[in-house]
Design a binder for this molecule. Structure first.
Ligand code: ZN
Length: 466
């Protein structure tokens, strides 16, 4: 449809006015403390809309995100509600009654509440968010909805979803540092879709301004800017719900080993058990649906490898046409992470045994450590391991009798026998990937009086917090 000449002139005027604002000397730079450093995907992929509604009680303003904040551009105070739509790579804004406000705001331009400098949120489909919204057109006339805001503001909207606001303050602070570290080490996770992190469990659950509580905001503020470091480098603060009694080495779940992501015995873990029955017919269907080889009719299933902590490293499925081996995290990916809640399971009806004696992790007086792995207590003459019944060592996981040697770990694991018939029953403990900070244990430690630094040092090896 051809646009009337007057309308074309108006659109051109809006564009020029916006350009003039954007090219003005750096007057609008972040003097108000707002930030735009993060890009959080609210809707993308199959959920990318072709149109959406945004609202703000004080009206809107267009702005360009910069390294320092938002560079304010075209004000639109007359509208409290706008419809965003995409066509031919352009992102359009319409007011009520179909009045065209802009025929292309561009993929990088943000729409903010007119009072954004006073932290007034902007509503996307009725849900309020801090910072601004940008709309990145896709080829199929849909667009990705991206929330631009600062790291600390983002964490305000993350913490309650990842650890409820009613939990103890020191646990919330440990969670805040872990989430901040995860954020800073996983920027550009969704670079192909034009943003850093998604708002779902794939990255970190983020629900925006409406999910902020005084308790969770205090935990973010009380740890402002703090990150985990290993050898002077910021590291990702991986976390999960429940360890089942032992956390995991990164390489036992994913691929690469990380010196700060080592499995540790977890005496603070509250019990969490689960079970799941899977028919052999459904098992075959899940394998082929996930792109694995078709084993044919399944005849037997067994745990073919465990690590020293007792968690499953590999499951072997034997069928009429062949054998399929699922390893590490692939087991949960293929069978469903909400079905196989952890890699700590058996097919025998009993929970996997923990290593009989926790490995000793000597920690310095300041809580830093460990001083050594595989520590032994030697007798005074330096020969032999002290066997005195009365001697105790204070380890990271509690008091250990000196006569209980660390090399006893790994004993007592029942042998994994193949399961035949037509189904297999999982019996497991723990929930999540098992690497890094177990949230249930952080809460338990906080309840026992430990502070957030001590909690983080319990589960991240050789880290500094700064
Ligand atoms: Zn994600």
């Amino acid at each position: 449809m051809k646009k009337p000449r007057a309308l074309k002139r108006m659109i051109l005027a809006v564009r020029l006015a916006a350009l003039a604002f954007f090219l003005a000397p750096a007057a609008g730079f972040a003097a108000d403390g707002t930030e735009a450093s993060l890009r959080i995907g609210l809707a993308y992929g199959a959920n990318a809309p072709s149109s959406c509604e945004i609202a703000s009680a004080s009206g809107f303003i267009l702005a360009v995100p910069t390294a320092d904040g938002f560079l304010a551009g075209m004000p639109l105070p007359a509208y409290t509600r706008l419809t965003v739509s995409a066509s031919g790579g352009r992102t359009m804004l319409h007011a009520d009654g179909g009045v065209l406000v802009s025929d292309d705001i561009g993929a990088e331009t943000c729409v903010l509440s007119h009072d954004y400098a006073s932290s007034a949120p902007i509503l996307y489909e009725g849900v309020p968010y801090r910072g601004g919204l940008s709309f990145r057109p896709n080829a199929n006339n849909t667009f990705n909805v991206i929330n631009r805001l600062g790291v600390e503001e983002y964490l305000y909207g993350v913490l309650n979803s990842e650890m409820g606001y009613k939990n103890p303050p020191e646990a919330l602070k440990a969670q805040a540092v872990a989430a901040r570290s995860y954020t800073m080490c996983n920027l550009n996770t969704h670079a192909d879709d034009g943003f850093d992190l998604c708002a779902g469990a794939h990255c970190q659950v983020y629900k925006g301004y409406a999910d902020e509580y005084a308790e969770t905001c205090a935990a973010v503020d009380g740890t402002a800017g703090l990150l985990l470091y290993h050898s002077g480098v910021p590291v990702s603060g991986n976390y999960f719900k429940n360890s089942g009694g032992h956390t995991q080495n990164a390489e036992d779940v994913w691929t690469a080993a990380e010196a700060y992501l080592r499995g540790v015995p977890d005496a603070y873990s509250p019990p969490y058990t689960w079970g799941w029955q899977l028919s052999f017919r459904e098992l075959r269907a899940l394998l082929t649906a996930a792109g694995e080889e078709d084993p044919g009719e399944v005849a037997a299933v067994f745990v073919s490898e465990r690590n020293a902590s007792g968690n499953v490293n590999a499951v072997t499925i034997i069928g009429g046409k062949g054998t399929v081996v699922l390893e590490k995290n692939r087991i949960r990916t293929v069978l469903g992470a909400s079905n196989v809640k952890s890699l700590r399971f058996t097919f025998g009806g009993a929970l996997p045994a923990l290593p009989q004696t926790p490995a000793i992790r000597a920690v310095g007086a300041d809580g830093a450590g460990p001083l050594a792995s595989g520590a032994y207590v030697l007798s005074a003459d330096g020969f032999g391991v002290l066997e005195t019944e009365d001697a105790f060592i204070e380890g990271a996981s509690g008091r250990v009798r000196a006569s209980e040697r660390a090399d006893a770990a790994g004993g007592g694991q029942a042998k994994d026998e193949p399961v035949t018939g037509d189904s297999v029953t999982f019996t497991g403990s723990g929930y999540g990937h098992g690497v890094g900070l177990p949230q249930d244990s952080a809460i338990e430690m906080a309840n026992r009086g430990y502070d957030f630094r001590r909690i983080l040092m319990q589960y991240f090896t050789d880290i500094q917090i700064g």
